[in-house]
Write a protein that binds this ligand. Structure first.
Ligand code: AGP
Length: 607
């Protein structure tokens, strides 16, 4: 998830673009760049790191004549967050510059073809293929809109891109498919951006572009057409009333809620270019050359630890790989016995958590291979791992991790399928069924989220006076019980305990009474009867129960909360957001600062 902006108008373009990028930094902030035409020349200025570095690089440069240009703030997916991979990217002759938000899934195949034709690549990004494809089309004599159409007809994946070119001064061409792009209509000026905040101070008149649409803007006009046919498309201008911070949250009250609602797209982005359903194959090229682990040690903290624990169930069941899940702060000070062939999987959203880092460094010292499963490309965990798999969740602003866990579970599912195919433990048909269900999840969850929120709001109100909650689950739903409890604790400050349901009778059952409710994960799977009897033990002691289950579940509890069923443990992807939503609605109902909970930081980099 990157931020892109384009401007054509009467003002000096570079200051407008920089201001817009500042408002889009929540979408990505590991490198940035601008491109603009001035005195008949194409200027491209980029910098690694925060936007301030780009501003420093532009200082003292005469950039104020340009009245059109494009800008980009990056969240790395392909290629490290360094200057050469920052956008904009140009063609070899530096006649055009491209900025892009999204993932070109077939970029390697196109890159090989272009390199065979003598094309030299300056970066490791997927995006650069767009610049070279466009230049090749223009060399054939096509005007920019036809060149865009031909180029985009060639690529697979997601994109919102914008192009400036010496051949079309004062004009920007842009297009979108699966990545957001909005047009801001001004007087004597027009804007393009990934999101409305970028140009809100200048205009509140917006045109929302749909997938498969291309737009051409200059200072005085804008025109929308179909990418494939170039047929003109009539568009309506909408007037926006939000303020900037609301707009950054996409109209949601908090980043946490916005990130919960982003999970359908996060799953889709994580699967992009990584699944071949017909063959029942999950594709993780990063694993090429890494032998199947003799033993796998998953090392992580907090929510990432819970994701790892969930992954263990799949890795053992589907791949037969002996898997241990370690709390990093314990693993690093323990004398873990690591043997040749052991692999450590370090899971971290931020990639900067000190305990996880120390755990993986210890493992490397002891000769184990380390796979880093991270959301921040170029982070310490990513840099220091032998193999890195990126979770593609985009920047997670809220301290309470939600979409990052969803992306971790998605990649862990793919990892278990990959290793399961390698060990032959999981059948091809099961892999096909699993991938088929996985690919359906984004649309199922998208449809379910609004209903889920309503239910969560009701239940939060009903239980807002309790001071403790017990979360119970079995199998892969036990880690979810731990996560549900963690979410409630960290944002609503209500004491909560996650427990393996079968373990409850060995102690915590003593706590059960009418004031200590239970949130149970009771999916309709082979363990349902077991969970049901655990809940009867709770009811016998007057405990109130919320049961998250599937339609048709035969159980009598205080509150049944049904979520759609998916294949095997994939129902998790429909129950996790319910847990997150309940904690969110409880914290919001109690008036807590949801995005910045007390005593917590987004990544714990201290010892
Ligand atoms: C989760 O909501 C918390 N923010 C926290 O437990 C977090 O998961 C933990 O600090 C690990 O962070 P990481 O994934 O960035 O390593």
């Amino acid at each position: 998830m990157c931020g892109i902006i384009g401007y054509c108008g009467h003002r000096p373009a570079v200051p407008v673009i920089l201001e817009g990028l500042r408002r889009l930094e929540y979408r990505g902030y590991d490198s940035a760049g601008v491109a603009f035409l001035q005195h008949g020349e194409l200027h491209v200025v980029r910098a690694q790191g925060k936007l301030a570095n780009l501003e420093k690089r532009l200082e003292g440069q005469n950039v104020f004549q340009a009245t059109s240009g494009i800008g980009h703030t990056r969240w790395a997916t392909h290629g490290l967050p360094i200057e050469k991979n920052a956008h904009p990217h140009t063609d070899g002759a530096k006649r055009l510059a491209v900025i892009h938000n999204g993932i070109i899934e077939n970029y390697q195949e196109i890159k090989n073809e272009l390199m065979a034709e003598g094309c030299a690549f300056a970066s490791d990004t997927d995006t650069e293929v767009l610049a070279h494809l466009l230049a090749r089309a223009i060399d054939k004599g096509l005007p920019m809109d036809q060149a865009m159409s031909e180029t985009l007809g060639r690529v697979e994946g997601a994109y919102a891109l914008a192009v400036v070119s010496l051949d079309t001064p004062g004009v920007i061409h842009a297009a979108r498919k699966s990545s957001p792009l909005v047009l801001g209509v001004g007087v004597g000026e027009n804007f393009l951006a990934s999101d409305i905040p970028a140009f809100l101070p200048y205009t509140r008149d917006v045109v929302f572009l749909e997938d498969g649409e291309m737009v051409r803007i200059d200072a005085a006009s804008w025109r929308v057409m179909d990418v494939a046919t170039l047929a003109p498309i009539e568009k309506e201008i909408k007037h926006i009333t939000w303020d900037v911070s609301a707009a950054q949250k996409g109209g949601f009250k908090h980043f946490m809620l916005k990130e919960i609602f982003e999970q359908p797209k996060v799953i889709a982005d994580c699967l992009a270019g990584r699944v071949d359903v017909a063959a029942g194959r999950a594709v993780l090229p990063e694993l090429a050359g890494l032998p199947t682990p003799e033993r796998l040690f998953i090392v992580a903290c907090g929510t990432s630890f819970h994701a790892g624990l969930w992954g263990m169930y799949l890795l053992e069941q589907w791949a037969g790989v002996p898997t241990r899940v370690e709390v990093a702060s314990e693993f690093r000070y323990r004398e873990p016995v690591l043997q040749p062939g052991d692999v450590v999987l370090a899971i971290s959203q931020s990639g900067e958590t000190a305990d996880t880092l120390a755990g993986m460094r210890l493992a490397r010292q002891r000769g184990a291979k380390v796979i880093g499963l991270c959301n921040v490309v170029g982070s310490s965990v990513a840099r220091e791992s032998d193999v890195v798999i990126s979770t593609q969740a985009g920047p997670e602003i809220s301290v309470a991790s939600t979409k990052a866990m969803c992306s971790q579970l998605t990649v862990l599912t793919l990892l278990a399928l990959c290793l399961g195919e390698a060990t032959g433990k999981i059948s091809r048909q099961d892999r096909i069924d699993c991938l088929t269900s996985l690919e359906k999840l984004p649309s199922v969850l998208e449809a379910e989220l609004p209903r889920m929120r309503e239910r969560a709001m009701d239940l939060a109100k009903t239980y807002s006076e309790v001071s403790s909650f017990l979360y119970l689950g079995r199998g892969p739903y036990y880690p979810l019980a731990l996560e549900g409890a963690l979410k409630l604790k960290e944002i609503s400050y209500i004491h909560a305990e996650g427990y393996a349901a079968g373990e409850m009778k060995h102690g915590p059952i003593a706590l059960i009474d009418p004031r200590f409710p239970t949130f149970a994960l009771a999916p309709m799977d082979e363990l349902f009867p077991k969970v049901k009897s655990n809940l009867e033990e709770v009811q016998a002691r007057g405990g109130k129960i919320i049961a998250l289950t599937h339609p048709g579940a035969d159980m009598r509890v205080d509150h049944i909360w049904e979520t759609p069923k998916a294949w095997g443990p994939l129902s998790t992807f429909l129950m996790l957001p319910a847990l997150q939503m309940f904690a969110y609605e409880m914290a919001d109902y109690l008036g807590k600062d949801v995005d910045q909970p007390r005593n917590l930081a987004k990544s714990v980099t201290v010892e």
